[in-house]
Design a protein around this ligand. Structure first.
Ligand SMILES: [Zn+2]
Length: 251
């Protein structure tokens, strides 16, 4: 059984990546959508979900945002209010509101996936696309065993990039994206507030901009902060666009 988060790419790309994991589209029991930007939900992505009968779960406002672009394609959806838990085959998925919006999108969600395996509780936190990490977000992600978090940009590279002034201003704003430093601070905060002994063993740095960041800067920033706080047991990974990243088996 698998759960997909977002679907902003072609069917060919998704199937190629599912093959790496030995997952078929029929294994996917739900697709949760974070927000309506086209790198997260696109016409080819919607077609893939429809053609494979994969149920879509999203918030009402995100559904409305998507409807503006894909009116005749996305009809059957499961509307999920913020903070309401949805059960997908013994995995409880809870959404929370994050800070990422512009004139085309009204809301963006983060998720936690919780399950009990052999009487032990496991939790995965998912946070991409947010301009800041407030206390409420931290509270949702505390005690995650695995965290996927955006480490989008390096400020110096972004400031000297080709993007327009307004675009840079939005990326840097509290409604834009997370810098490497913001991601590092969030990881440290989540870790220091977690009480479970297996919390934050694995952290995947995601949504790394190919224009405003490098993989090594992203990982170096988080590693440096954690080591400076005497935290040595968080394994950090980079998620890459065209390469398989490590998989974690929970049992
Ligand atoms: Zn976005």
């Amino acid at each position: 059984m698998a759960i997909l988060i977002d679907c902003g790419c072609s069917s060919k790309y998704i199937i190629k990546n599912l093959n790496y994991l030995n997952i078929t589209p029929q294994n996917i029991k739900a697709a949760f959508i974070t927000h309506a930007h086209s790198d997260h939900i696109s016409t080819p992505g919607i077609n893939f979900l429809h053609n494979n009968d994969i149920p879509i779960y999203l918030h009402q406002d995100i559904y409305s945002d998507i409807l503006k672009k894909h009116r005749d394609k996305i009809e059957k959806c499961n509307i999920v209010p913020f903070y309401k838990s949805v059960e997908i085959e013994n995995i409880f998925v809870q959404s929370f509101d994050v800070h990422h919006k512009d004139k085309n999108i009204s809301h963006t969600l983060g998720f936690t996936f919780s399950s009990t395996i052999n009487e032990r509780k496991y939790k995965i936190g998912y946070l991409t696309d947010t301009g800041k990490v407030c206390d409420k977000i931290i509270k949702n992600l505390v005690n995650s065993n695995i965290l996927i978090i955006e480490s989008n940009y390096n400020k110096t590279i972004l400031n000297s990039s080709f993007r327009t002034y307004n675009n840079k201003k939005w990326i840097l704003s509290e409604k834009g994206h997370l810098s490497n430093e913001d991601a590092a601070n969030a990881i440290y905060k989540i870790r220091s507030l977690s009480t479970s002994k297996d919390s934050l063993k694995y952290v995947f740095l995601a949504h790394i901009s190919k224009h405003h960041n490098t993989n090594s800067l992203a990982i170096k920033t988080s590693k440096k902060l954690l080591l400076s706080k005497n935290i040595h047991d968080v394994k950090l990974f980079i998620t890459k666009r065209n390469q398989k990243c490590p998989t974690i088996r929970i049992n």
